[in-house]
Every structure is written in structure tokens, then in C-alpha cells.
Design a protein around this ligand. Structure first.
Ligand SMILES: [Fe+2]
Length: 288
């Protein structure tokens, strides 16, 4: 036997598997057979009167058997399709989660390099979720906010250490680069289409309530509420953490600074909610 005939006889693994579904063509054939049987039966009644070729009982039995067979196959196919669909949705969700975990790990690894920002994204997320729960976010909205919070400074991965970790005063050009990090995060997350809302939230997390923020200078409620929540949590964590220039600020100073920023940098309603939260839940002050 030559090679080409061996190749012909060798079937691909997929081809050798029996297709578990009844094809539409096969179903059409069965419907066709039913019609032909009915036609022969009716024709024989008109031609031969009360003595047809096939008796009524026989034709009814055959038709019922075929219809029953079709119905059972249809139910089985539907059940298999539903099971496959469910498995597909679960696989997609798992894939999304894994992609996110990889990106989040990148952010956390980058933060871990610098003792002054280590754990920043996680703490911002914790505070942001506490605010979201208090203002009545649904579970789905909380999940979006959680993803946006953990990734809010993703764009900083693109900034060189000499600027990002510079201990002295930044030049205007260096500030220009820092201020591009929301836009860079959006570009980096662009391939992940399912993060459309998260990209929007991240893009606006440095807007100010009075319109003096960046990148677009949006004002008040034009800023997505999730971005306003992250702003409050971000400002709090910046003051509650050590930096290269100073130790973490004392609690009473942080509270008075948050009150000062209320209405200009930060959403006043969200600041009120957060002040109430940090008064009652001391774990929000934790630097872990
Ligand atoms: Fe930021």
C-alpha cells in the first residue's frame, strides 16, 4: 500500500469520533419519509377504496414511531447544546478571570518593588468596595469597581523608575508623563474587550469634582461614580501611607484634609460616606 492510500485510510481523530447529534438533513429525510408514506396511503385509499396497500393501523404506528423518534432526538440535542453552552460560558469566565489575575499580578509585583507604594492598589480596592457597599452598589457593579480599583494605576507600569520613584521634585515634563498613566492603562487594556466599563472608570480616576482634574477636566456627576469612589480611596491611602518625603499623616489630619478636599477634588457625598466608614471600621486604616 503506498503512502497516499495510507493517508486516505488514516482518519483524523475528530473524524473517527461519532457525531452525537442527529443532523438536520437526517431529520428532513425522516419528515420526507412520513410525507411519502402518507401520500402512498392516501393515494391507495382513493385508488383501491377500503383495501389500501398499507392498513391505517400500520401507517399510524409508523408515523407515530418516526415523530416520537424525532422528538426524543430533538430533546437530547437541546440538552447537549445547553450543557455545551454552559461549559463554554464557564470556560470564557475562567479565561477572563485568569487574564485579569495575570494583569493584577503585574501591578502588585510592580508595587512590591517600592516599599512606599506596596499594597496601594489592594488598600484602595478595599476602601472603594466599602464605599460602594454603603451607597448600595449591586454585586455586579462592585465586581466592576473591584477590577477597576486593582488596575487603576496599571498605566504606571509604563513609566521609567527614574521618574516614578524619583525622590526629588518632578519637572513639568516628568509630571506630563505621570499624568498620562490613565490613558496608558486604557491602551494597555484595550485588547480585553470585556473590560470596557473598567477602562472608562480608570481613565477618569484623576478627574476632580470641580473640573480641575485630568485627563478631560470632567466635572461633578459627569465623572463616573466609580471613578469618584476610587479618587476618595486613592486620596485617603496616599495620606495614610508613608512616602519618600514624609511619614503617613496622623488620623485627625487625614480627616481634616478629606473635609478640605470635599467639593473641590472629591465628591462631597462620597467623602461624607467614607468619613462615616473610617470612623466605624478601623480596619480601613490598616496598611497591610
Ligand atoms: Fe493614578
Amino acid at each position: 500500500m503506498d503512502i497516499s492510500s495510507q493517508e486516505k485510510n488514516k482518519k483524523a481523530p475528530e473524524e473517527t469520533k461519532k457525531n452525537p447529534y442527529v443532523s438536520n438533513m437526517f431529520k428532513l429525510w425522516i419528515v420526507g419519509v412520513i410525507f411519502v408514506l402518507m401520500f402512498i396511503h392516501l393515494f391507495s385509499i382513493t385508488r383501491y377504496g377500503p383495501f389500501p396497500i398499507i392498513s391505517d393501523e400500520t401507517i399510524v404506528s409508523i408515523v407515530l414511531a418516526l415523530v416520537g423518534y424525532l422528538w426524543i432526538q430533538e430533546l437530547r440535542d437541546r440538552y447537549r447544546l445547553q450543557t455545551l453552552n454552559k461549559a463554554l460560558v464557564e470556560a470564557q469566565e475562567r479565561l477572563k478571570r485568569e487574564e485579569l489575575e495575570i494583569i493584577a499580578a503585574l501591578v502588585l509585583t510592580e508595587e512590591a518593588k517600592d516599599p512606599y507604594v506596596r499594597g496601594h492598589s489592594k488598600r484602595v480596592t478595599k476602601c472603594a468596595i466599602a464605599i460602594a457597599r454603603k451607597v448600595g452598589f449591586s454585586g455586579a457593579k462592585q465586581m466592576v469597581l473591584e477590577r477597576a480599583s486593582i488596575l487603576h494605576d496599571l498605566g504606571k507600569l509604563d513609566i521609567v523608575d527614574q521618574i516614578l520613584r524619583k525622590r526629588g521634585k518632578l519637572t513639568d515634563a516628568e509630571w506630563g508623563i505621570i499624568r498620562k498613566h490613565p490613558q496608558r492603562a486604557v491602551e494597555m487594556l484595550e485588547p480585553l474587550k470585556f473590560l470596557a466599563r473598567e477602562r472608562e472608570i480608570i481613565y477618569h480616576h484623576h478627574e476632580w469634582y470641580d473640573g480641575k482634574g485630568y485627563p478631560q477636566g470632567l466635572k461633578g456627576e459627569d465623572i463616573p461614580i466609580e471613578s469618584r469612589i476610587i479618587s476618595v480611596a486613592d486620596a485617603f491611602d496616599a495620606m495614610n501611607s508613608d512616602s519618600a518625603y514624609r511619614r503617613a499623616l496622623p488620623g485627625d489630619i487625614i480627616i481634616s484634609r478629606l473635609k478640605e478636599a470635599s467639593g473641590n477634588q472629591l465628591d462631597p457625598l462620597l467623602v461624607d460616606v467614607f468619613l462615616d466608614l473610617i470612623e466605624k471600621d478601623l480596619s480601613l486604616w490598616s496598611k497591610d
